[in-house]
Design a protein around this ligand. Structure first.
Ligand SMILES: N[C@@H](CCC(=O)N[C@@H](CS)C(=O)NCC(=O)O)C(=O)O
Length: 206
């Protein structure tokens, strides 16, 4: 049985919970991180020296970095569309997964923490405003990429949709000004048809 360490309100853990539900693989969740602690214990640090969640164990394999876990689960337990066997389709999708970490996460982190986890009187409104403008532009790039295609890597739902799906949901639920992006909204509506997405990602922000 697989073991996942994490907490259900962590976006990086949500990616993994969503993926595990897509591949319908049983697992045990061990609460870890923030209020649950555990991540600074020697036992946990021996598995994940970052002291962060998520961490996944599958037999001998212990894995951290949420996107690496998503890729692994899709390759190991998914099918030829979830982990595309066509290398061009896979590369297309992997590009969006990497872009999510390198480009979207640095804007979404101050936005989410500033608005959801920081009391109003302690907020850095200048930082929040700048991140909101940057995120709106990035969302526009995703909207343009989705013009004429249903999913990020083409016509089928794949692992590529998971990390950005989590971030775009959060962005769309934040109390900020956003442009209307029809392709992006249609893609979100498609994701919202998936039980796994609704169960693990479409949750109140906290
Ligand atoms: N790049 C890492 C980031 C991991 C990360 O920053 N996790 C956050 C939660 S989203 C964390 O562990 N925060 C500290 C905690 O929960 O105690 C990944 O994608 O897995």
């Amino acid at each position: 049985m697989l073991t996942l360490w994490g907490r259900t309100n962590s976006i990086n853990v949500q990616k993994v919970l969503w993926t595990l539900a897509e591949v319908a693989t049983p697992f045990e969740l061990v609460n870890a991180g923030r209020e649950f602690g555990l991540v600074d214990t020697p036992q946990y640090l021996a598995m994940n020296p970052n002291g962060k969640v998520p961490t996944l164990r599958d037999g001998e394999l212990v894995l951290w970095e949420s996107n690496a876990i998503v890729r692994y689960l899709c390759a190991r337990y998914g099918d030829a569309t979830l982990y595309p066997t066509d290398l061009a389709v896979r590369a297309d999708g992997e590009r969006w997964m990497d872009w999510c970490v390198s480009t979207v996460t640095p804007e979404m982190t101050p936005l989410f923490f500033g608005l959801i986890r920081t009391p109003p009187e302690q907020r850095n409104q200048t930082e929040i405003n700048a991140a909101a403008i940057a995120m709106n532009e990035l969302a526009g790039m995703v909207d343009a990429a989705l013009d004429g295609r249903d999913y990020l890597a083409g016509s089928a739902f794949s692992m590529a949709d998971i990390p950005l799906g989590c971030y775009i949901y959060r962005w769309s639920a934040l109390p900020i000004e956003r442009s209307r992006y029809p392709n992006l909204e249609a893609w979100q509506a498609r994701l919202a048809e998936r039980d796994a997405f609704r169960r693990h990602v479409m949750l109140p922000l906290r």
